[in-house]
Design a protein around this ligand. Structure first.
Ligand SMILES: Cc1ncc(COP(=O)(O)O)c(C=O)c1O
Length: 476
């Protein structure tokens, strides 16, 4: 019996790479296990997972919003409302009853597109955000934004020549999903010197090159606010992008999962692509994604999200519906999470004050930590870091000393990978090298999250490591 052989498997799957959970993350998990041993021999006593935007992960410990968990608890076990009536504000009990009435048991499949009542609430949220109508029938609830992205990419790639424009640096979900469906990534570069701005001219250049190479561009991905960059698009750029999509017949895939993570909302506000498309009266097909994993909710493990389709033909919507029905339905706990995200308590309701206090506190902590980390990183020799305006990350650029680059080459590693591996080995801090997100040839970056508590200790360890690394390889 030959058994299952890797070389007999789908070659597209073999090409998939996903750095966020790559070599470094695997090593970090091994260290975490080793730390349980009394004589672990490691120079640190905890592993800090700065590699992934997973706010509630052990060690990062962002507290869940009480409101979300109270609703979730009553949805999981409705009898709690009678058993522990004093544990729940009245508006939560009323809300859970309403949701129970609409959904029934969380243990049952729902409508494949998601519970109609929750989709109506998502549509109201979008209408309030943008000032334009939203149709609940054009909204699909998903098991996280990733599931929606995967569905759209799999649907759009119609031949091995189909391409999708993706920003560089990008969140590797896009290259990984494209690889698994045998599509071609068409990279366009964001401009680090202008705080990681998106340039329609660069997108156009990438498009022309793809066309010259015989690639058929199908869609353009924009991540706003950006991951890993944290950059926010201004309205003028967004208008250009929409016009460009019109001109080239592209579907606009707007990844807006960080729309609530704004560190300087007065100077760097978020505007949705849906609003821009409607303002321009554009017919560009738009799919925008949102998630409960980010914002200050951070409910990554519940797997909840949605995508909204605008200017998408009914026969295409029917096809998307067919495909989601093959998967039966998105997780019900994630759908309830979406309802909590789009319908937080209103002022005057009993649970409002605590919800406001908790969400304000998390926003403030994230903004302050991001600013402080960027300031401290910028003081290090050989490091420059754009102070991100949104999302959960910083993406510092490293000037790697020649000796370190040579040592990396000898070890068969990219220079930023080499740096990140030593950082993990010496401090227990796990970051993702820039090579996992894409960068210009010869550049070195790494992405770290701004989710880690105890910022002094954490940044102090980063600084000490960096100075030691630079000294070791003749960079100081
Ligand atoms: C830009 C971006 N899009 C999508 C996702 C996927 O999020 P979800 O947990 O909703 O699948 C992430 C997760 O980090 C992300 O950073």
């Amino acid at each position: 019996m030959r058994g299952l052989q890797v070389d007999a498997l789908n070659p597209s799957i073999l090409k998939v790479q996903y750095a966020v959970r790559g070599e470094l993350a695997i090593k970090a998990e091994e260290y975490r296990e080793r730390l349980k041993e009394a004589n672990h021999g490691l120079p640190f006593d905890k592993v800090i997972s700065s590699n992934i935007g997973n706010p509630q992960q052990k060690g990062l410990d962002q507290a869940p919003i009480t409101f979300n968990r109270q609703v979730a608890a009553l949805m999981e076990w409705p009898a709690l409302a009678e058993l522990a009536p004093n544990a729940f504000p009245k508006d939560i009990i009323a809300r859970a009853k309403e949701l129970q009435h609409e959904i029934g048991s969380l243990g049952a499949y729902s409508h494949s597109q998601g519970v109609p009542f929750i989709r109506q609430n998502v549509a109201k949220f979008i209408e309030k955000r943008d000032g334009y109508p939203s149709n609940p029938n054009h909204i699909f609830l998903t098991g996280g934004a990733s599931a929606g992205v995967s569905l759209l990419i799999s649907t759009l790639i119609s031949s091995p020549k189909s391409g999708i424009l993706i920003p560089i640096p990008q969140y590797p979900l896009y290259t990984a999903t494209l690889a698994s469906f045998s599509g071609v990534p068409i990279p366009y570069h964001l401009d680090e010197v202008s705080e990681w701005a998106t340039s329609p001219r660069d997108i156009d250049g990438a498009l022309q090159k793809a066309l010259d190479d015989g690639i058929e561009p199908k869609a353009l991905v924009i991540i706003n606010p950006g991951n890993p960059t944290g950059a926010l698009l201004d309205e003028a750029t967004m208008e250009h992008v929409v016009r460009l999509c019109e001109q080239h017949n592209l579907v606009l895939l707007a990844d807006e999962v960080y729309q609530a993570n704004l560190h300087r909302p007065t100077t760097h506000p978020f505007t949705s692509f849906k609003k821009i498309v409607r303002q321009l009266n554009s017919r560009v097909p738009l799919v925008s994604f949102h998630s409960i994993s980010k914002g200050v909710t951070g409910e990554c493990g519940r797997r909840g999200g949605y995508f909204e389709c605008a200017n998408i033909r009914d026969d295409v919507l029917a096809l998307l519906y067919k495909m989601v029905s093959v998967g039966l339905c998105p997780p019900l706990s994630g759908q309830v999470g979406v309802d909590c995200m789009v319908r937080p308590p209103k002022e005057g309701e009993e649970s409002y004050a605590l919800w406001k206090k908790e969400t304000d506190a998390t926003h403030a902590v994230l903004a302050a930590r991001t600013k402080l980390m960027a300031e401290r990183l910028n003081q290090l020799p050989g490091v420059s870091c754009v102070d991100s305006a949104g999302a959960l990350y910083l993406y510092p650029k490293l000037t790697i000393p020649d000796q370190a680059a040579a040592a990396a080459l000898a070890a068969g590693k990219q220079p930023d990978e080499f740096y990140a591996l030593q950082l993990l080995d010496e401090t227990g801090i796990c970051v993702v090298p820039g090579s996992g997100f894409g960068q210009k040839d010869g550049e070195a970056h790494y992405r770290l999250t701004c989710l880690c508590p105890g910022v002094e200790e954490y940044v102090g360890a980063l600084e000490a490591f960096h100075l030691g690394f630079m000294k070791r390889y003749g960079g100081l």
